[in-house]
Ligand binder design. Structure first.
Ligand SMILES: Cc1cc2nc3c(=O)[nH]c(=O)nc-3n(C[C@H](O)[C@H](O)[C@H](O)COP(=O)(O)OP(=O)(O)OC[C@H]3O[C@@H](n4cnc5c(N)ncnc54)[C@H](O)[C@@H]3O)c2cc1C
Length: 404
C-alpha cells in the first residue's frame, strides 16, 4: 500500500533543493519551499515520513514560554496551527482545548507568575490560575500536586501522524517528491558551497540542502564539516485504554517532568522524563520509564491507577545546551541550511519551516529565526528559556523514581 505523500518516481540525480528527513520539520520546510516557487524539491528519508520523533511525540502545542525568542517563534507557529487543517486541506486534529503549565511548588508558581507577565508583554493571552481555579478546570488532579498553573486557552494538541501526513500530501500536491527508504550518507561541499548529497543509491546534486534529519542531524552536518553542539536524547510515551473524559486541556507538570493529554477517543497519552537525560540511541522502550510514567501520572491523576496501558514507545531527539533549536544557515557552507536540535519541534514546525523557507528564498535570515543560529554557542549568546519541562526544573514535591 502506498505511504501517503510518498512518490513512486525514481530518485533523480539533480534537484533545486534536497531536504534530509521527512519528519514534520523537513516536510513542512519542503512544503513552504514549494509554496514559494522552488520547483524541484526532494525530501529523502531513510525510513518513512514520521518514522522519527515526529510520529512518536506527545503532540502538545503551546506558545506560553518565558523568553522573547521562544514566544515570538512559537506564537507564530500556534497561529498557524489554528489554520493548518484548512491550509493543508487535511484534518490534523488540532484541538485548542487549552494548555496548563502546572506548578506543584511555590517556587514553580512564582516562575509561572513571572512568565505570565512576560507573555502579556508579547500580547499572549495567558492566565495565572490559583489552586482552586486549576482544580475547577481539572477536578481529576490530585490537589497535593497543584499550587497553581499558567493557562493558555488557545493552545492544546494535535495528532502527530495527521500533521505529518497533511504536510506530506500538501507538499506532494505542489510537486515535492518525498522519497522513503533513501538514506543520506553525507553532504557534499565544493569550494565552500553545498553541492548535494551522497545517498544509499546514488549521488544527488542540489544547490540547496536542508538538514532536518532529527537524531542524525549532528552526524550529517559533520560530513559537511559543520560541527553542531547536539546531544541525542531518548524520550518515552505511553497511551492507556479509553477512559471516560476527565482531562480537557493539555498539561505539562513541572514537578513530574511530564506532559499529557486525553484524546477525543478517551485514551490518556503522556510522557515523563528522568532527572538525568537518557542518551541511549535506541528506540526500545524501557521498564524504568514505564514505571516512572505510571507512578507520576497516577500521582497527578489518582483515577488512572485503574487504567490499563495499551502501548508504550520511545523516540529520539537531539538537543542543544540551551535546549533551543538550531534553525538557519550552516556556518561556512553556502546553500546548506539547518533545522535541528528540536525539543519542541512538533509545535514549532509551521513557523520555523515558513521562516526557513523565507531565508532560503530571500537570501536573508528571517528575524524570527535569527536568534536560533548555530553560532550562538561559540559566540556566547545562548537563549535563556526558563519554562521548559526539563530536569533542572524538577525540584520540589512529586513522586521520585524508585530504585529497582
Ligand atoms: C516522546 C517524545 C515526546 C515529545 N513531545 C513533544 C510535544 O509534546 N510537543 C512538541 O512540540 N515536541 C515534542 N517532542 C519533540 C518533537 O517530536 C521533535 O522535536 C520533532 O518531531 C522533530 O522533528 P524533526 O522533523 O526535526 O525530526 P524527526 O521527526 O526525528 O525526523 C527526522 C527524520 O530524518 C530521517 N533521517 C535520519 N537520518 C537520516 C539519513 N541519514 N538519511 C535520510 N533520512 C534520515 C529519520 O528517519 C526521520 O524521519 C517529543 C519527542 C519525543 C520523542
Amino acid at each position: 500500500m502506498p505511504i501517503p505523500g510518498v512518490t513512486a518516481r525514481p530518485l533523480a540525480r539533480t534537484y533545486d533543493a534536497v531536504v534530509i528527513g521527512a519528519g514534520i520539520q523537513g516536510l513542512a520546510t519542503a512544503y513552504e519551499l514549494a509554496k514559494r516557487g522552488v520547483r524541484r524539491v526532494a525530501v529523502l528519508d531513510s525510513s518513512w515520513p514520521g518514522g522519527g520523533a515526529s510520529g512518536r511525540n506527545g503532540e502538545l502545542i503551546r506558545s506560553a514560554f518565558s523568553s522573547a525568542e521562544w514566544i515570538t517563534l512559537f506564537d507564530a507557529s500556534l497561529k498557524r496551527w489554528h489554520q493548518l487543517s484548512r491550509e493543508l486541506d487535511f484534518n490534523v486534529l488540532f484541538n485548542p482545548s487549552g494548555y496548563l503549565v502546572l506548578a506543584s511548588t511555590e517556587e514553580q508558581y512564582a516562575r509561572c507568575r513571572a512568565d505570565v507577565e512576560v507573555q502579556a508583554r508579547f500580547g499572549l493571552r495567558t492566565e495565572l490560575l490559583d489552586q482552586q481555579a486549576v482544580l475547577d478546570r481539572v477536578p481529576a488532579l490530585n490537589p497535593d500536586a497543584v499550587v497553581g498553573a499558567v493557562l493558555q486557552p488557545a493552545a492544546g494538541f494535535a495528532h502527530h501522524d495527521a500533521a505529518v501526513w497533511g504536510y506530506a500530501r500538501a507538499a506532494a500536491r505542489l510537486g515535492v517528491e518525498v522519497h522513503a527508504g533513501i538514506e543520506v550518507l553525507g553532504v557534499t561541499v565544493r569550494g565552500g558551497r553545498v553541492a548535494g548529497v551522497t545517498t544509499s543509491t546514488h549521488d544527488v546534486s542540489a544547490p540547496v540542502v536542508v538538514n532536518a534529519a532529527g537524531a542524525a542531524a549532528g552526524r550529517l552536518a559533520g560530513t559537511a564539516g559543520v560541527e553542531l553542539p547536539l546531544d541525542m536524547a531518548r524520550l518515552e510515551m505511553l497511551v492507556t485504554e479509553s477512559v471516560a473524559p476527565f482531562l480537557r486541556p493539555a498539561v505539562a507538570a513541572l514537578a513530574a517532568l511530564g506532559y499529557c493529554h486525553q484524546t477525543s477517543r478517551g485514551e490518556f497519552v503522556g510522557g515523563t522524563e528522568l532527572a538525568v537525560p537518557d542518551h541511549t540511541p535506541s528506540l526500545n522502550g524501557t521498564y524504568r520509564l514505564l514505571r516512572d510514567m505510571a507512578q507520576k501520572f497516577v500521582w497527578l491523576f489518582p483515577q488512572l491507577s485503574a487504567a490499563r496501558v495499551l502501548r508504550h514507545w520511545a523516540g529520539l531527539i537531539t538537543q542543544t545546551a540551551d535546549l533551543s533549536p538550531i534553525v538557519g544557515t550552516a556556518p561556512g557552507v553556502d546553500g546548506f541550511y539547518l533545522s535541528c536540535g528540536w525539543v519542541y519541534g512538533f509545535v514549532g514546525a509551521p513557523a520555523a519551516a515558513a521562516h526557513l523557507a523565507d531565508t532560503v528564498c530571500d537570501g536573508r535570515l528571517h528575524p524570527t529565526i535569527a536568534p536560533f543560529d548555530a553560532l550562538r554557542f561559540a559566540e556566547g549568546r545562548p537563549i535563556r528559556e526558563g519554562s521548559l519541562v526539563v530536569p533542572a526544573q524538577s525540584e520540589g514535591p512529586g513522586p521520585r523514581e524508585v530504585a529497582s
